[in-house]
Design a protein around this ligand. Structure first.
Ligand SMILES: NC(=O)c1ccc[n+]([C@@H]2O[C@H](COP(=O)([O-])OP(=O)(O)OC[C@H]3O[C@@H](n4cnc5c(N)ncnc54)[C@H](O)[C@@H]3O)[C@@H](O)[C@H]2O)c1
Length: 373
């Protein structure tokens, strides 16, 4: 049971502790056409900020304080308190006002130490007062909608697929699966391969299974080979999603997120944050966008790739890859190669290090020669 819920039509009254940036912002709620709400008290040591706030909210004299402690000396005179002091000054007023039975809106972070955080929570619970911490973005319409959509199941489970059990009644091979289950499974091999084939498509991914795909040979391969196995019930131990976090010697950090199930296939999105600008790539076929912090504007940089027949893979990069190699051979120039022995060895060692970190659940350090511990 929470202490004293005001009636719906009653004006909710509040005291603001710290009338700086955040505190004066929340006071504007009184101007919104929502629930009746009035700020009737303030504690703020800076005269100019306090006076401005008092004028804005028309605070009665007896409820104007220079320090939160003075406000907490008084008996409870409002429904709630809005605590917007600096981080180190959250715990003391939060605990004091909870004990006075004020409901609390507390700026984030709750407090700078674990002990202080725990004390705030313990006190608010034992006093039966509401506590809301201003993790504001969790209240934004987009964040609330994301949660609603995830909770509704519309995008399925947000997990690594290896953690999922096959649906009840599913067969271990798609072609043997009851149609009621197969029809609604996005990973049905029947859909991925046979339906595409019956629509006249013979390229990727069918061309991976057979050099001349037709209904007979693809059906046979799905009946017997690995591509016909149920994704939820197979021996594939490759992660369906993974995040690798890296930190370099100069303090730069990078994270790589790999997701197997996406609308775009084989696409990469890259963002690089520098000290003077931000560079974004939304995948093949898009321009790069460079935002310059000094100028405050965007440059769109065209990266349209040549699409050479037979070499259109990876958004056209297949062509550039072999083109570099042939160029290097022609000119006998290793500089033309961007992925030669040393770079490639290091990249591969990085992958082994990431796998060690994942499997052993630990941070792995790499030396310049690619060895790691
Ligand atoms: N939720 C968010 O998105 C968000 C964003 C920015 C800041 N914050 C947090 O909000 C809090 C306030 O930040 P801010 O930017 O408004 O700071 P601010 O410095 O503008 O405001 C803090 C106010 O507290 C006053 N104060 C100091 N001692 C006091 C006392 N004894 N009694 C009463 N008031 C006192 C200061 O004079 C100041 O006006 C911080 O904890 C900050 O980390 C949260």
């Amino acid at each position: 049971m929470f202490h004293s819920a005001p009636e719906k039509t009653k004006v909710v009254t509040a005291v603001v502790i710290g009338a700086g940036c955040r505190g004066s912002g929340y006071a504007s709620y009184a101007l919104c056409d929502r629930h009746p709400f009035k700020v009737i008290g303030v504690a703020e040591p800076r005269d100019d900020f306090r006076n401005k706030f008092v004028d804005k909210c028309k605070i009665p004299k007896e409820n104007i304080f220079k320090d939160w402690k003075d406000a907490a000396q008084k008996e409870k005179f409002a429904d709630c308190v809005i605590i917007c002091t600096q981080d180190k000054l959250h715990k003391e007023p939060a605990v004091a006002f909870a004990k006075l039975k004020y409901h609390i809106l507390l700026e984030k972070p709750m407090a700078p130490t674990e002990d202080e955080c725990m004390e705030i929570v313990k006190t608010c619970k034992s006093e039966g007062v509401l506590l809301q911490v201003c993790h504001v973005l969790r209240y934004s319409p987009w964040a609330m909608k994301i949660k609603e959509i995830i909770d509704s199941g519309r995008i399925g489970d947000v997990v690594n697929i290896q953690h999922l059990e096959p649906p009840k009644g599913a067969a271990s091979r798609c072609l043997d699966c009851p149609s009621s289950i197969e029809r609604v499974c996005p990973y049905s091999a029947k859909k991925v391969y046979l339906e595409k084939l019956s629509n006249g498509h013979k390229g990727w991914p069918l061309s991976i299974l057979h050099s001349s795909p037709d209904i007979e040979n693809i059906t046979e391969l799905l009946k017997t080979g690995p591509y016909g196995k149920c994704v939820y019930d197979c021996d594939n131990d490759v992660m369906s999603n993974q995040v690798v976090n890296m930190q370099f010697k100069n303090g730069a950090t990078a994270n790589m997120t790999m997701i197997a199930f996406t609308e775009a296939i084989c696409d990469r999105k890259v963002t690089v944050f520098g000290t003077k600008g931000e560079l974004q790539c939304h995948g093949a076929g898009h321009s790069l966008v460079l935002y310059d912090f000094t100028r405050g504007d965007h440059d769109r940089i065209d990266t349209t790739a040549k699409m050479m027949k037979g070499l259109t893979g990876h958004g056209g990069a297949d062509f550039y890859c072999i083109d570099s190699f042939v160029e290097a051979v022609v000119q006998n120039d290793p500089e033309k190669i961007r992925t030669g022995p040393d770079e490639t060895l290091y990249s591969n060692m990085l992958v082994f290090a990431a796998e060690k970190a994942r499997k052993e659940n630990k941070v792995v350090s790499m030396a310049p020669d690619g060895t790691f511990t």
